[in-house]
Structures are given as C-alpha cells and as structure tokens.
Design a protein around this ligand. Structure first.
Ligand SMILES: [Fe+2]
Length: 283
C-alpha cells in the first residue's frame, strides 16, 4: 500500500515549496456529513463569505464579510452559500486526532534525519463554495495542504524572497502575531508558484510562505496538517527579537546570517518575556 502522503524520492527539503500526492481523498472522516457533525462538536469553527479578493484582510474576514447564515446552513448548502468555512485544531476531537497523527507520522518518516521532531502538530479543514477566495496571508506553521474534494488554484511565494516578504514584515508578523504588514500586491504575482490541485493532490508550504487560494467551480474540501520544526521556532523567535531591537533603536543583523546569533536572540527574548511575566505577577 502506498504511504498516505508521497513526498517524492529525493530528500524532502522543508524550505522548498513542493507539490505532492496523497491517498486521503476517499477517507471516511473527510466526507461532508462527517465534517458537518464535527463542526457541531468543535468550538473552533469560523465561517464567512467567500466572495473575497486576494487583497482583502484574511484575519478580519469573519467580521468584515459575514455571510448572514448560521454555520449549519452554510455547510448544508455550501454549493450556493458563497462561503468559506474553517475548522481549526481538529486534533482536539478524539475521532480526528488519530488521522492527524497518522499523516504527520507519515511526514516525519520521510524527512531527512536532521529535521528534528514535528512540534505543535495540528489539523485543519477548509470547506468552500465554488469560486470562494482565501485572501493573501501567511501562517505561523509549516503546512501540508491536501485537496480532498473539488479543486483549487493555490498561489504560494518563497518566504526567502525579500522582493515579496520583507524583513520588517516577518519581524512584525512574529512579534505582534498579526498580518498588518502582510498585504498582497499585483507585482508579486509573477514570482508565485501556482498549483492547480485536484483531489489527491496537495502542496507543502514552508514556514511563513505567503499564499492565496481560489476555489474551482465545485464545492471544495481541503485538509491541512501543520507543524513547526525546532529550526522554524528559532527563526520566528529571532525575527521577534529583531522587532524588539528596532523598537530600542538598534539595527539588528538580518535573521539567517548567523544561526548562533539567531539562537541567542531567541533565548534573550524568551528570558526577557519571562522576566516581564514574573514582574507583572508580583503584588
Ligand atoms: Fe494559510
């Protein structure tokens, strides 16, 4: 039997955007009736209109673009609801945790030995109406986006391309946990890797790779498994530390120019935060 995810014969590089194949399309837990039942059990489902543009705010979409329906109405008539539904942390559900573990164990088994453990393992489901758009954004995790039903056009950018993703944007993203500096611009489009993903296909997105997605002409079900490696955690902390240094009037060296310096920055930031925490707790 083939593995659930096929990452290819060459050593898989967690820094590279990669198209992949998977065997999850017919999985019973990813059929719409089962997912509708899951949505009613989870506390972590959000939904809104899918009639959006790449330039719309991803983090404020639920507030700025409500669809006027209940969650159950939205999922029941996804074909006509013009909507986008997002389940986070499905691994919190006992029925779905084994599925998330199975996929991520399969990923771990195909990674080079020095990749380290996959941390903060999580599963997500995206349901969307025909033509729905996921606006441009980046995430705090590394992501295997797996198309289960329907099709999607997935635009992804290399997070190391400083003509698209600036140091300042990454510093803000990691320090403030917001997308306030992450904005789509038309001139980015030629640099995008564009994948037309059908059922059984998917894309690996490296840490903080920006992306925006358009649904095909059918109802879409997409399953996503995410994690962070120790290296990605250190990188995020180093960007957050650089943000702090700039606030103090210091011009820091770019992240990536010295792994040792990046690691030290992260350690100092964590120590500073824990000191602030303990001061704040004192009566
Ligand atoms: Fe995303």
């Amino acid at each position: 039997m083939p593995p659930l995810l096929q990452l290819g014969d060459a050593p898989f590089d967690l820094d590279d955007i990669t198209g992949i194949h998977h065997e999850l399309a017919g999985h019973p837990l990813l059929a719409l009736p089962k997912l509708r039942a899951l949505a009613n059990r989870l506390q972590t489902v959000r939904y809104h209109s899918g009639k959006l543009a790449a330039t719309d705010s991803f983090e404020h979409a639920a507030k700025e673009h409500p669809n006027g329906l209940t969650m159950d109405q939205t999922i029941e008539d996804l074909e006509h609801a013009g909507s986008w539904v997002y389940f986070s942390h499905i691994e919190s559900d006992p029925e779905y945790k084994p599925l998330v573990d199975e996929v991520l164990d399969c990923v771990q088994s195909q990674l080079p030995s020095g990749s380290g453990p996959l941390l903060l393992r999580a599963g997500w489901v995206f349901l969307s109406s025909p033509g729905a758009v996921t606006p441009y954004h980046m995430d705090h995790e590394q992501n295997f986006l797996l198309q289960i039903r329907g099709s999607k056009i997935i635009n992804v950018w290399d997070p190391r391309d400083r003509s698209v993703v600036s140091e300042s944007e990454l510093e803000s993203f990691h320090a403030t946990y917001t997308l306030k500096e992450t904005k789509y611009r038309e001139e980015f489009q030629p640099q995008a890797r564009v994948f037309h993903a059908n059922s059984g296909e998917g894309v690996y997105m490296p840490f903080t790779a920006p992306h925006w997605v358009t649904n095909g002409p059918e109802v879409s079900v997409t399953f996503s498994c995410t994690f962070v490696t120790p290296q990605a955690l250190r990188e995020g902390q180093a960007f957050a530390a650089n943000h702090k240094l700039r606030q103090l009037g210091i011009s820091p060296k770019p992240v990536g120019s010295s792994p040792l310096r990046d690691s030290l920055k992260g350690q100092v930031l964590r120590a500073w935060k824990s000191t602030r925490g303990s001061i704040a707790k004192k009566p």
